[in-house]
Structures are given as C-alpha cells and as structure tokens.
Design a protein around this ligand. Structure first.
Ligand code: GRF
Length: 192
C-alpha cells in the first residue's frame, strides 16, 4: 500500500492503443470525490485510437507516439511524464511492451489490466485461447508491471464463469464489464 499525503491526488497517465473503454471508466472514477487519482495525461501508441476522443471530451492532455523507434518514443514519454509530474501509469489496452530500461527509469508505479486469470493466458488473444481450451472460468487481473510480460505482482482478480454458448466475443464483453469494476478497486487497494 502507498500512503497518500494530504488530499493530493496521484497524478496519473493512462496509456492506450485502441477503444479506450477502460480509459473512459478510469476518467469517470477519477471524477469521484473519494478517488485517489487525477488523470493528467493520456498516451497513445496509435494516432487512430478511438480512446483519444475521451481526451478531447474531458479536456485531458494527450500525446501520441508511433514507436517506430522504441528508444526514441520511450525517451520522449519519460520526458512528458516528468513534465507532467506523473507518479502512476495505468496501462489500459496499451499494445506495446515497455522496455526494462523504461520501467527502471520511471520512478513511479506502473499498473496493467489483463483479460485473463493470470498467470494463465499471458499475452495476446486470451479469449480465443480460453474458449479453444474449453476452460470453465476466465476473468481479468490488475497487476504491477515488471520487466517480464504480464508477470508482475497481482493486485486483484475477478472471475467469470464461461457458459457453453459463450464465444470469444461474448466472453470479451463479459470480462470487460468486470474490468471496469476491477481497475478502480485495484487502484483504491494500492493507495488507500
Ligand atoms: C482490455 O480487455 C484490456 O484488459 C486489454 O485490452 C483491452 C482494452 O480494452 N489489455 P479498452 O481499450 O480499454 O476498451
């Protein structure tokens, strides 16, 4: 647990690459009276990410990096994080893997949400693999980010029952709903 000093909210950057439903949900969470976070920056690896619309709608500063050169993009992001005094990064559908160097250099906390019950089904296409393997349960996990993919310490998980009629897309929808409940809960767990 990290203690909040006074009523200062944790200046947070959310990293996205796509739809941004978790971003939208975190923005709403940040507006609550008792929220520990203030979303001060949105970073996208994709200039066409739908989620960028939320930056415009809620007037949050946004930055886009193409990651053609990983090293260059990461060093520009680190500068922005410093300028904006960011001490928490929430990865939310961010499709790039941050380098160990980036993780070491950023002095705050990095969290990620992953759509499976880690340590099972790390990486991509989780729902397809879960359905293919006829699992009975799946879910989502919020965890600290370390230099190994989807392997940092787990903060919270939510479990979802898989029904016979579920497809990867129905499962994705069910799990997303749980993700939207889980990410704020996990952030509260880290800061309160
Ligand atoms: C979520 O399922 C998240 O767990 C995964 O990518 C998806 C992003 O969805 N990392 P969205 O962009 O937040 O809607």
């Amino acid at each position: 647990m990290v203690k909040l000093i006074g009523s200062n909210r944790v200046r947070t950057a959310v990293f996205i690459s796509g739809t941004g439903s978790n971003l939208k949900n975190l923005i709403k969470f940040s507006f609550l009276n008792k929220s520990p976070i203030n979303i001060s920056l949105i970073v996208s690896s994709n200039k066409r990410a739908k989620g960028l619309n939320f930056a415009n709608r809620y007037k949050i500063k946004k930055k886009i990096y193409n990651f053609n050169s990983m090293k260059k993009s990461e060093s520009l992001i680190l500068k922005q994080l410093k300028i904006n005094k960011i001490s928490l990064i929430c990865l939310a559908g961010f499709m790039k893997i941050l380098s160990p160097n980036f993780i070491k250099k950023f002095r705050g906390i990095i969290l990620n949400i992953h759509p499976s019950l880690l340590p099972k089904y790390k990486g991509l296409n989780t729902h397809e693999r879960v359905i293919q393997n006829k699992e009975k349960y799946s879910g989502c996990t919020v965890h600290y980010v370390n230099s190994r993919l989807d392997s940092g310490k787990i903060i919270l998980q939510a479990k979802v029952k898989i029904l016979k009629e579920d497809t990867s897309s129905s499962l994705k929808k069910k799990i997303l709903k749980q993700e939207h409940l889980l990410y704020p809960k996990a952030i509260n767990k880290v800061f309160f």
